[in-house]
Design a binder for this molecule. Structure first.
Ligand SMILES: *Cc1c(COP(=O)(O)O)cnc(C)c1O
Length: 387
């Protein structure tokens, strides 16, 4: 057959959202007001200081040429300064930091950098889908590690079969967590470092929500733990913290051999991030505290509003003070998909079925807090009526 897709595409799991997407399109065509609580994409604009820097740097012809694949020196120094101030982690800008086209790119390319066909990769379930799909694209085998509510959605290292651990090349973790909103403490990261050291596994910690929190306890960096730098890397994203999902910028930091190898792979498939965006991201990091606290204040209020309304409806949820998500319990009589379909059908509200993030997400649904108060209220009111 002409244009037959490669096996790696044909083997992708069926796209759960395809059917839901079709229903949404049909409803919108009919002129119905559909509210989406489905996508984790900040509605608040990027702070003006960041945009100003982009515009100024875009006018400089020096920035019109190919950037370095590893990232501008100014960008990498800004990341080092930020990690030192925010996470108390000292990084060498030359060898321990690389710029990315968003952390999604890094999370998927780390598989091409380290995973051979047949290698095992430990992937949490439920999780951001890129961890397993990136692994599978590189020919690896994603081995699902359940995240259970009774463990606070943390990985239970004792439950991982040593025979699987020995065969595993890499492990993905993500705290504060999407989709469950769970957080971890330094003790968990210490156990993670011990586990990785024992089995010689490269840890990939996705720190996309490291600055999306509003409790008294600040999330810690995985790299803050003694020995972490010998066992892995951390991905930091500008997308959620600075409302920059559309800009496509992030970074990987940590083990210098892993960073060098990721860079070796990336120089062969991309040619770096537009310098003007890197300068703008450096400004974001310089003012991280004021930018992130403004956002976090808004997310805190939205979470309180939604959890209050869920309480009134008798819908359970996982209590958290981090991320832009609420991980809620599907009411009696439904599973994740049937509940999401019912809500879309009767309330014209989009929620994400927990099973879209893995089989251990069954029984839950995810609400994203990235729309304004009045729309959130309206959406919850309609869900209440539909029930
Ligand atoms: C949103 C998100 C990211 C961000 O990816 P970017 O490519 O930096 O926009 C990464 N990991 C998780 C778990 C996310 O939810």
């Amino acid at each position: 057959m002409k244009f037959e897709e490669a096996e790696r595409l044909k083997k992708l799991p069926p796209y759960l959202f395809a059917e839901i997407d079709a229903i949404i399109r049909k409803k919108k065509k009919e002129g119905l007001d559909v509210i989406s609580l489905g996508i984790g994409d900040p509605d608040i604009p990027t702070p003006p200081e960041i945009i100003k820097t982009l515009c100024r740097q875009a006018r400089n012809p020096v920035n019109h040429r190919y950037p370095s694949s590893y990232g501008l020196e100014e960008f990498r120094r800004a990341v080092a300064g930020f990690y030192n101030e925010r996470f108390n982690v000292e990084l060498d800008p030359e060898t321990e930091i690389i710029a990315l086209w968003g952390s999604k790119e890094g999370v998927s390319n780390i598989a091409y950098t380290f995973v051979n066909p047949g290698d095992y990769v430990l992937v949490p379930d439920p999780a951001y889908p890129v961890y397993s799909i990136g692994t599978a694209f590189a020919g690896g085998i994603p081995f699902k590690v359940p995240l259970k509510e009774e463990n606070g959605f943390l990985v239970d290292f004792d439950s991982i079969d040593p025979e699987i651990a020995v065969k595993s090349k890499l492990m993905h973790v993500n705290y504060p967590n999407n989709p469950t909103s769970a957080t971890c403490d330094a003790k968990f990261f210490k156990d993670l470092v011990d586990f990785a050291t024992r089995y010689d596994i490269l840890i990939c910690h996705d720190n996309a929500y490291g600055d999306t929190y509003y409790g008294d306890i600040k999330p810690v960096s995985f790299l803050n733990i003694p020995g972490a730098r010998e066992t892995g890397v951390e991905f930091y994203s500008f997308s959620k913290t600075f409302n920059m999902t559309g800009w496509r910028i992030g970074c990987a930091v940590g083990n210098r051999h892993a960073i060098a190898s990721l860079g070796k792979y990336k120089t062969n498939v991309d040619s770096g991030v537009f310098n003007a965006i890197q300068y703008a991201a450096a400004i974001a990091l310089k003012h991280y505290s004021s930018f992130s606290s403004k956002n976090n204040h808004i997310y805190k209020q939205r979470r309180e509003k939604v959890t209050g309304l869920l309480n009134n409806m008798g819908i359970g949820y996982y209590k958290s003070d981090a991320t832009i998500y609420i991980w809620a319990k599907v009411p009696e009589g439904y599973d994740s998909v049937s509940f999401s379909k019912m809500v879309l059908d009767r309330a014209n509200v989009v929620i994400t079925p927990g099973s879209a993030y893995g089989s251990y997400g069954e029984g839950y649904f995810r609400i994203s807090l990235t729309i304004n108060d009045s729309r959130l209220e309206e959406a919850l009111r309609r869900i209440g009526e539909a029930l």
